[in-house]
Write a protein that binds this ligand. Structure first.
Ligand SMILES: O=C(O)CCC(=O)C(=O)O
Ligand SMILES: [Fe+2]
Length: 306
């Protein structure tokens, strides 16, 4: 069983209806799908891979001193003494940093900033196109989700890009690359390693691989799209298994509401049918940062209660 792979270029032309239907199926039945021919030039993707990998090489020594390495070493020593130990549940075997419009970015390699700026512009456009396809599929006016995420056009939606590396892990049985979670925001666009796998989604009670597809962009539904669609689209649990050998890299871009945008289910014919509360996205995020690796349902309630 494989995550649906969709040719996004067919959204325009004779196969619009079929392509929209494939996207609807990806959102409703999977929460994850992959896009090919998404319009991001392959040459740009190649440059992104290169600058991110060079950037990680400059940070590699730092990872050796990091908390996951220290905790895993401690756990392995404990195992030697006590025989059995439990999986580490408070850290992830990853090196990450986030790029936003207004934070500090690595200045090395020298091409990093320029390449990632170009990449983010393209990815943001792609996110908005994907959201428009969701609008149409949900029977909403084109631009509805973007407008909701921007508090009716009054604020900028949040757009962040997380650059991750999962270094080779001596004991993937004792630590996750990234613990299981659902994503907090709206639409997530992931450029994942095409050599080293490890991303898995929970489907019908089983973990299945998000198969690496060269130059594809993996799209997934975040918690806010679940709420806005009144549960028609579901944010799906996923995790990254730490690579036993090989270095996994990924670049995840998050198109989220502005922190001051109100998120609520789309008006259903009968208001009483709304299965989700209404809240400020910022309040939801305050809960999410503390409960990211826990079930999402109590987060919705807690966000609304603030
Ligand atoms: O690195 C990956 O493949 C997935 C990352 C992810 O799930 C996240 O950053 O939320
Ligand atoms: Fe995620």
């Amino acid at each position: 069983m494989a995550i649906p792979v969709i040719d996004f270029s067919k959204l325009e032309g004779k196969e619009t209806a079929e392509t929209l239907a494939k996207i609807a199926n990806g959102c409703e039945e999977w929460g994850f799908f992959q896009l090919l021919n998404h319009g991001i030039p392959v040459d740009l993707l190649e440059r992104v891979k290169k600058v991110c990998s060079e950037c990680y090489k400059l940070r590699e020594e730092g990872f050796k001193e990091s908390k996951p390495v220290q905790l895993l070493n401690g756990l392995v020593n404990q195992e030697t003494e006590e025989g059995t130990v439990k999986l580490l549940d408070e850290v992830d075997w990853e090196d990450v940093f986030v790029l936003q419009d207004d934070n500090e970015w690595p200045s090395n390699p020298p091409e990093f900033k320029e390449t990632m700026m170009e990449y983010r512009i393209e990815l943001k456009k792609l996110a908005e196109k994907v959201m428009e396809a969701m609008d149409v599929n949900l029977g909403l006016e084109k631009g509805y989700i973007k407008k909701a995420f921007s508090g009716n056009g009054r604020h900028e939606p949040f757009f962040g890009t997380k650059v991750s590396h999962y270094p080779p892990c001596p004991r993937p049985d004792l630590v996750n690359g990234l613990r299981a979670h659902t994503d907090a925001g709206g639409v997530i666009l992931l450029f994942q390693d095409d050599q080293v796998g490890g991303l898995q989604i929970l489907r019908n009670g089983r973990w299945i691989d998000v198969q690496p597809v060269e130059n594809a962009i993996v799209i997934n539904v975040g918690d806010q799209i679940e709420v806005l669609s009144n549960g028609r689209y579901k944010s799906v649990w996923h995790r990254v298994v730490a690579p036993p050998d090989g270095n996994r890299s990924s670049v995840a871009s998050f198109y989220n509401p502005s922190l001051v945008a109100t998120i609520a289910p789309v008006a259903t014919k009968e208001e009483a049918c709304a299965s989700y509360p209404k809240y400020l996205f910022g309040d939801y995020m305050n809960v999410y940062v503390k409960q990211k690796f826990q079930p999402k349902e109590p987060r919705f309630a807690a966000g609304a209660a603030m």
